[in-house]
Design a protein around this ligand. Structure first.
Ligand SMILES: [Zn+2]
Length: 197
C-alpha cells in the first residue's frame, strides 16, 4: 500500500476506535480492546507512520536520535543497517513495539541480542550489544511496547566502553525465519522525521 494509503487507513482506524469508545459508554474493557486493535494496525504499518515506535533506550528523547543508516562499518566492507543509540552501560533497553521474543542470540558482531517478532509476523525488531537480558526474558515471551527487555552494553563488535544500543527493524514475510527479511531504516519512525540522508 502507498504511504497515503497507510495514512488514510490509520485515520479511519482511529476514527473507528473513537466511535467504538463512544458506543461503549465507559466500558473500559471495550475501549482498551479497540485501542489495542488500532495499535496493532499502526504497528503493522510502522514505516509509514512516523514516530509510532517507542525509543528503545530509557530516557532518550526522539530529538536526540542521529541517523546512522548507511554509515560504513567493518572498515568499509558493509553499510550500517540500523541506528546506534548511545547510552551509559546498564541503561534499560525497552521494546520499541509489541511482539514476541523470537530469538535470544549471541553473535560475534551483535554480541548479546534479542529478536522480537511483531504480532502479525511482518516485522522483526533487533536489539544488539546488550550487557544482558531483563530477568526471566525467554523465547516465546510476549512483550509490550516500552517494556524493559535488556540493558545497554558493549558486547559484540561495539568496542570496549562504546556502550550503545544497535537497533534495527526488518520487514519479513510471515514464514520467514528470524535471520531473514529486508532491513528498513528505523530512524524516521523513531525520530518522527524524514531520514537525514
Ligand atoms: Zn549499529
Amino acid at each position: 500500500m502507498t504511504k497515503l494509503g497507510w495514512s488514510i487507513l490509520a485515520i479511519i482506524l482511529i476514527g473507528l476506535a473513537a466511535f467504538g469508545s463512544m458506543l461503549s459508554f465507559g466500558s473500559g474493557e471495550h475501549r482498551a480492546s479497540a485501542v489495542a486493535r488500532v495499535q496493532a494496525k499502526l504497528e503493522q504499518s510502522a514505516p509509514d507512520n512516523a514516530g509510532v515506535l517507542v525509543v528503545p533506550v530509557a530516557g532518550v528523547q526522539r530529538a536526540a536520535l542521529i541517523d546512522s543508516w548507511g554509515d560504513a562499518r567493518g572498515g568499509g566492507t558493509r553499510a550500517h543497517h540500523g541506528i546506534d543509540i548511545m547510552a551509559p552501560g546498564g541503561t534499560p533497553v525497552v521494546a520499541a513495539a509489541a511482539g514476541a521474543v523470537e530469538k535470544l542470540f549471541h553473535s560475534n558482531l551483535g554480541g548479546t541480542t534479542i529478536y522480537v517478532r511483531s504480532p502479525r509476523r511482518g516485522w522483526i525488531y533487533y536489539y544488539a550489544h546488550l550487557s544482558g537480558y531483563a530477568p526471566g526474558l525467554h523465547e516465546g515471551q510476549v512483550v509490550r511496547a516500552g517494556q524493559t527487555i535488556g540493558y545497554v552494553g558493549d558486547t559484540g563488535d561495539a568496542g570496549p566502553g562504546n556502550t550503545h544500543l544497535h537497533f534495527s527493524m526488518t520487514r519479513t514475510g510471515a514464514a520467514d525465519g528470524w535471520w531473514q527479511g529486508q532491513d528498513v531504516n528505523p530512524f524516521p519512525v523513531l525520530a518522527g522525521k524524514a531520514a537525514g540522508r
